[in-house]
Write a protein that binds this ligand. Structure first.
Ligand SMILES: *Cc1c(COP(=O)(O)O)cnc(C)c1O
Length: 416
């Protein structure tokens, strides 16, 4: 009898083996194992994970929600897949309408985080789209397109055939201009991970105007919108006229409220947004997402949604702001330390990331090893975010103040 195994999705085999964060973890573990005396002094500024506890308002609301689950009268089983109305209304009112942006509660779909949403969104698009991604970029956008069969093979520098890369460089301030040709879908992320760049109103307007002229859909990742402190920098793509016809926005409570381990996010799809079927008929994108979301997802946890909703109360808002101000002060200290060490620095003022050019043209992985071995500090090599990240590194401001001050001392000591 011949054995006949099930076929796998070959697209997964195109993925580059050393995904960034596992490779960082491997190098740190190997160094720590070889240097047990130094291991306790390693400070991790590599992965973009928050470090400070949840805002008290969210803690109190989640405690109360656990009590609700303890009694028949207040027990909650399956909730609406799209999220509870009280959370969607709080998001629409506080995050959008209070800032003059029109988003309705029924255009908001609550989930267990923006990473899943940015990957899952590809379910509702065809495979024949021309897709643009910034470079460097949050690796999820590229890898999920590879898994979905939207790319060709990997090239030597880690890029993939078939994607349109938008270089982000010191020359354009790490804000890519619109493509010269036609693209069907374009990813944008501001404030940016990894570069910390923000886009001005005019820069976003150029993207929306391009999208309207080309029938492009913008996938706008606003995971870091709460870090924008500068007057006049848009916190939502929907602040730009016409964006409701051409954009989807991804948001998360992970960075805004310290929810990386608690898990809650959402996506906004305006009712006006259309795609077309293979016959050329217009179809509302929200209709497809609603169908996908309610078929493959059973709603975020009631307890967690209660915690998320508490972030929109006046106390919750003040506590989130204090949390974010703390991280932004960290970012400022890291920027100053790198500048004092003679490095070229970007980001770090409306974002929790500082983006730095490596000294003397070192490769980003060589500088990663130098920082790990000689300063016991874990950074993120820029090359892990795309070919144009080579020659740069990212430092995360998500850390305690004491650790950040120590990292600043070590950077200055290492490079002066
Ligand atoms: C952290 C982050 C997210 C949020 O992910 P969650 O799954 O909500 O924790 C989304 N996009 C970017 C660019 C991020 O850095």
């Amino acid at each position: 009898m011949t054995r006949d195994m099930a076929y796998i999705n070959d697209n997964f085999l195109k993925l580059q083996a050393g995904y960034l964060f596992p490779e960082i973890g491997r190098r740190v573990a190997a160094f720590a194992a070889a240097n047990p005396d130094k291991a306790p002094n390693i400070i991790r500024c590599g992965i973009g994970d928050v470090t400070e506890p949840l805002p008290q308002a969210a803690i109190d609301a989640m405690h109360q929600a656990v009590e609700d689950q303890a009694k028949r009268e207040t027990f909650h089983g399956y909730g609406p897949e799209q999220g509870y109305a009280w959370l969607r209304e709080a998001i629409a009112n506080v995050s959008y309408k209070a800032r003059g942006v029109n988003v309705e509660p029924d255009e908001i779909y609550v989930s267990d985080g923006a990473k899943c949403d940015t990957g899952n969104i590809l379910d509702i698009f065809g495979h024949n789209n021309v897709i643009a991604v910034p470079d460097p970029v949050y690796p999820v956008y590229v890898d999920t397109n590879v898994m979905n069969g939207n790319t060709g093979a990997a090239r030597e520098d880690g890029s993939y055939e078939g994607l349109v890369y938008l270089p982000c460089t010191p020359e354009n301030g790490f804000v890519p201009g619109v493509p010269t040709g036609h693209v069907d879908i374009a990813y944008l992320c501001f404030p940016n991970n990894p570069t910390g760049a923000v886009a001005t109103y005019d820069q976003l307007k150029a993207w929306v105007d391009y999208a309207l002229a080309h029938d492009t859909i913008l996938l706008y990742d606003g995971a870091y919108e709460a870090f924008v402190t500068e007057e006049g920098i848009p916190t939502s793509i929907f602040a730009i006229p016409g964006a409701r016809q051409c954009a989807i926005e991804f948001r998360s409570f992970s960075k805004q409220g310290g929810f990386t381990g608690t898990r809650c996010g959402y996506i906004v799809i305006p009712k006006e947004l259309m795609g077309k079927d293979t016959q050329g008929n217009k179809v509302p994108v929200s209709q497809l997402w609603n169908r996908r979301h309610s078929t493959k997802f059973n709603g975020a946890s009631y307890i967690v949604q209660r915690g998320a909703a508490a972030l929109f109360t006046p106390e919750g808002q003040a506590q989130c702001k204090a949390l974010i101000d703390g991280y932004l002060t960290n970012a400022k200290l890291l920027c100053e330390a790198c500048q004092a060490a003679g490095l070229r620095v970007w980001g770090g003022s409306n974002a929790p990331y500082v983006w730095v050019q490596t000294p003397n043209g070192m490769s980003s992985w060589d500088f990663f090893d130098k920082m790990l071995h000689e300063a016991l500090v874990v950074i993120t090599p820029g090359a892990g975010f795309g070919a144009h990240g080579e020659g740069f590194f990212r430092i995360s401001a998500f850390n305690s103040r004491a650790n950040v001050e120590e990292v600043c001392r070590r950077i200055k000591a290492l490079l002066s």
